[in-house]
Design a protein around this ligand. Structure first.
Ligand code: PGA
Length: 253
């Protein structure tokens, strides 16, 4: 099947980069030698969002936040709201990243509230899902993804589900140097697209429009073979997105 899904290359800077470092990195990405037939976005830390927003504003590079709260305002010390992100010109928001789930105890229910709130505020959610090594070894991938998809996308209309980007990030591949093989990635991406239909989250047409990114130790040297898989519509890159040269190498897969 020919896909109409434009590839998306997303850089998740996590808790890295001062404002000056962020500006320098995003300038190098904006001005770098890169193909134009893919969508590119960067997700700087909150403290750099404003500065980076100004620089990407007149470019074709998109902007994402790494997290947000579901309420638009209120007594939530330390949180950042969708209203604040939209105000800065943020377009995408990463939700349910495995570091949020495993280090900060985020659960599907709260992630679901964030997904709903992001859509209501005109932000495009990137919902992260993925199994741990123990779950993979115990052959629980289907059930883990089912719970994360049903939990994260609960209450959405099918057309809203189609506006969500899914990022499959096997926990055992994040920051470990152990990338899923292209076959492993393709098998799970295909499964996720199938589950969107089987779990009645959307119909086949809409499921074929959902972008499913792979994340976990993606580098310039392995991006090409991962991106060659028919159900891999892009990559969510952590460590390798912190260097303009390496990130441009991934963009130019
Ligand atoms: P990594 O991180 O590329 O450093 O493995 C990916 C991610 O967590 O999004």
């Amino acid at each position: 099947m020919t896909s109409t899904r434009t590839p998306l290359i997303a850089g998740n800077w996590k808790m890295h980069k001062t404002v000056a470092e962020s500006e320098s990195l995003v300038r190098d990405i904006i001005n770098g030698d890169r193909r134009k037939d893919v969508d590119v976005l960067v997700a700087p830390p909150f403290t750099s969002l404003h500065a980076v927003a100004r620089l990407v504003d007149t470019s074709d590079v998109g902007l994402a936040a790494q997290n947000m709260h579901w309420e638009k305002q209120g007594a939530y010390t330390g949180e950042v709201s969708p209203l604040m992100l939209a105000d800065l010109g943020v377009e995408f928001v990463i939700l349910g990243h495995s570091e949020r789930r495993h280090i900060f105890g985020e659960k599907d229910e709260g992630i679901n509230r964030k997904v709903i709130s992001a859509l209501a505020h005109g932000l495009k959610p990137i919902l992260c899902v993925g199994e741990t090594l123990e779950e993979r070894r115990a052959e629980k991938i289907y059930g883990v993804l089912e719970a994360q998809l049903l939990g994260g996308l609960s209450g959405l209309q099918p057309d809203e589900t189609a506006r969500v980007t899914i990022a499959y990030e096997p926990v055992w591949a994040i920051g470990t140097g152990h990338t899923a093989t292209p076959d492993q990635a393709q098998a799970v991406h295909r499964l996720i697209r199938r589950q969107l239909i089987d779990l009645s989250l959307c119909n086949k047409d809409l499921a074929n429009r959902v972008r499913i990114l792979y994340g976990g130790s993606v580098k310039a040297s392995n991006a090409t073979e991962i991106m060659a898989q028919p159900d891999v519509d892009g990559v969510l890159v952590g460590g390798a997105s912190l260097s303009a040269g390496e990130f441009l190498g991934i963009i130019n897969f």
